[in-house]
Design a protein around this ligand. Structure first.
Ligand SMILES: Cc1cc2nc3c(=O)[nH]c(=O)nc-3n(C[C@H](O)[C@H](O)[C@H](O)COP(=O)(O)OP(=O)(O)OC[C@H]3O[C@@H](n4cnc5c(N)ncnc54)[C@H](O)[C@@H]3O)c2cc1C
Length: 403
């Protein structure tokens, strides 16, 4: 079997004839809210704004959902990514607790929303287990104790419990609920569809080239078009060239993913862990999940972004390395072939948490940028829609630029 490189199976396996095709934006349009970026954050925000009656316009440079969102691992995780101890050390215990509680709630709310909207995106609940690497048992134990002391949901797992649940050898594990697996591309398209039925309008192949804020409105220039809005919400994943001064807040990183062929029943019998998403404490970390059609997906090997001319060779090397590391976790998968190997880039923030909210140097702008979290897209959607409606919640400041 030959591995297909560089193509996200979520996008590739979605029938082309059913992919929505939105027009390019031409001429001048006016809206209460304009959203730049039609990834998961943009689509979820469009839906949240549309529900509040704001009839947003979404401007996507390429195709809806085909940026990082359509290329990610499809894990709706109940935590933002960095450890609770790191977030507490940086932002204080109270803020760290708020951030973690908000993330957990956002994961549950996102799943409830996708169900309520009947979006067929393969949404399945699972437990999330973080396993310690061989020399990090004490570190993970301290993380568990910090979470427990803060009143956050966390369960400690002994080596025997980890082995039983995951078939992995580890000095300990941390189990949390409120986790879901999904197909992120279908989730994105479904949210866009639901937003449209509530009055949102989508444009594709329409790149915003300049954004200028005036006293009463903001103007977004595109090649061949102009949008005037009361508020612009920027959901471009990371700060793009239109927002050069903000770029210093983000480091361009990339992560790799491998999806295997369906795991034969004989191997499945030797592997525990169905109904689980597993992360580890390695640096860079790994994340492993199952798909509904019995494939294993492993994400990891995160690193600084590779220059374009080396990307192809690095993709083959890094995905090969990931497959090897998966084999080292459990030799029962020996012989299992990778069917897809791909990568995606994201904007890493200094504390690993997305920036959500206004920025004092950009009037009439709201931002939902950075971080490495699908759940963050849903959290941002709520925060941003509230702010666009003129009803920001003071507690949302923990996600803002001045946190
Ligand atoms: C390999 C990988 C795996 C991941 N796995 C997980 C996971 O399992 N769980 C998890 O929680 N998180 C995961 N993440 C993180 C997650 O994918 C992202 O945080 C999230 O999907 C980003 O969505 P987004 O909508 O903010 O950005 P994007 O999906 O990148 O969307 C931004 C959109 O903006 C558009 N755009 C950019 N500039 C302009 C412009 N000037 N005008 C108009 N449009 C513009 C782009 O074309 C793009 O479509 C992963 C990330 C990577 C890289």
């Amino acid at each position: 079997m030959r591995t297909r490189y560089g193509v996200s199976p979520w996008v590739d396996n979605f029938p082309r004839t059913r992919r929505p095709d939105h027009p390019r934006l031409r001429g001048e349009l006016t809206a209460e809210v304009a959203i730049i970026g039609g990834g998961l954050t943009g689509c979820a925000t469009a839906h949240a704004c549309a529900v509040l009656g704001m009839a947003p316009i979404v401007i996507e440079a390429d195709r809806i959902g085909q940026g990082s969102a359509g290329r990610d691992a499809g894990l709706l995780l109940p935590e933002p990514g960095p450890s609770f101890r790191d977030v507490s050390a940086r932002h204080g215990l109270r803020n760290a607790r708020r951030i973690f509680e908000s993330w957990r709630r956002a994961s549950l709310d996102a799943a409830a929303l996708l169900r309520r909207l009947k979006i067929p995106c393969g949404l399945d609940p699972c437990d999330h287990i973080t396993v310690a690497t061989r020399d990090d048992g004490k570190g993970l134990r301290r993380e568990y104790e910090a979470r427990e002391a803060a009143g956050l949901e966390a369960h400690w797992m002994t080596p025997a419990a980890v082995r039983k649940m995951t078939s992995l050898e580890a000095p300990g594990g941390l189990r949390t609920g409120a986790c879901f697996t999904l197909d992120p591309y279908r989730a994105c398209l479904g949210l866009a569809g639901a937003a449209k039925s509530r009055g949102a309008t989508f444009f594709e192949r329409s790149r915003a080239t300049k954004v200028r804020a005036g006293a009463k409105q903001v103007e977004i220039a595109l090649e061949g078009g102009l949008v005037r809005a009361k508020t612009v919400i920027v959901c471009t994943g990371t700060a793009t060239s239109e927002f050069k001064p903000l770029r210093r807040h983000f480091k361009r990183r990339e992560e790799y993913i491998v999806l295997t062929e369906p795991v034969p029943a004989a191997i499945r019998k030797q592997l525990a862990g169905r109904g689980l998403a597993i992360s580890d404490t390695a640096a860079p970390r790994h994340r492993v999940r199952w798909t509904r059609d019995d494939r294993l997906l492993v994400a990891g090997a995160a690193q600084d972004e590779t220059p374009a001319k080396k990307r192809e060779a690095v993709l083959v090397q890094r995905t090969g390395q990931l497959m090897y590391e998966l084999l080292m976790m459990n030799t029962a998968i020996s012989g299992l072939q990778p069917e897809h190997g791909w990568e995606a880039s994201y904007g890493e923030t200094a504390d690993g948490i997305m920036y959500i909210g206004p920025h004092r140097n950009y009037p009439r702008h709201l931002f939902g940028l950075g971080g490495d979290s699908t759940t963050g897209a849903f959290l941002a959607a709520r925060v941003l829609a509230r702010a666009a409606a003129g009803e920001p919640d003071k507690h949302d400041e923990v996600f803002g630029w001045t946190r």
